[in-house]
Design a protein around this ligand. Structure first.
Ligand SMILES: [Zn+2]
Ligand SMILES: [Zn+2]
Ligand SMILES: [Zn+2]
Length: 163
């Protein structure tokens, strides 16, 4: 009887050409991928050279120190395939067999981040914040400014300075 050699799961190989995969790299948007060691990205021609196999790795959701407003469970921070960030309820999931969402469906999209600045607004004297959009653009804006979701209009001071 022939002995079956167990497949090594610790060394992933490229399903296209059978070569070993390169180390995991993290993209600027926080996604993780592994390329085939026989392939490489040429930044000048913007083309893949050699084997073009890319394995996208699932991004581990980060548990936040925030509670879901719907059910009180902790929220997790996830990044979509397109690099958009969202907070979602940790009890929410996807039943692949039934093709429907399970658990809590609370989701909050994150459009950008704000950082406190030690500068005063030239218009109203309140503190300024540094706002970074989801696409990486930065601007200074007044900390009193906000967005009224119900009325769909800006509130507070409208001072904005793009950097
Ligand atoms: Zn390959
Ligand atoms: Zn929830
Ligand atoms: Zn202001």
């Amino acid at each position: 009887m022939k002995k079956e050699t167990p497949k090594e799961e610790s060394t992933p190989v490229c399903p296209k050409c059978g070569s070993a995969l390169s180390d995991v790299v993290t993209t600027p948007t926080g996604k993780k991928l592994q390329r085939c060691s026989k392939g490489s990205w040429n930044a000048e021609t913007k083309k893949n050279e050699g084997c073009d196999y890319v394995k996208w790795l699932p991004v581990e959701p980060e548990t936040l120190d925030e509670k879901c407003p719907k059910c009180g469970a902790p929220l997790v921070l996830t990044v979509t395939r397109f690099g958009k960030k969202m907070k979602k309820c940790s009890t929410g999931g996807w039943d692949a067999a039934a093709k429907k969402a399970t658990g809590c469906d609370y989701v909050e999209w994150i459009n950008g981040t704000t950082e406190d600045l030690a500068e005063d607004c030239p218009e109203c004297g309140e503190k300024l914040v540094l706002y970074t959009t989801s696409s990486g653009k930065k601007m200074k804006k007044c900390s009193t400014s906000g967005w009224d979701k119900e009325k769909r209009m800006a509130t507070g001071c409208t001072y904005v300075q793009w950097l």
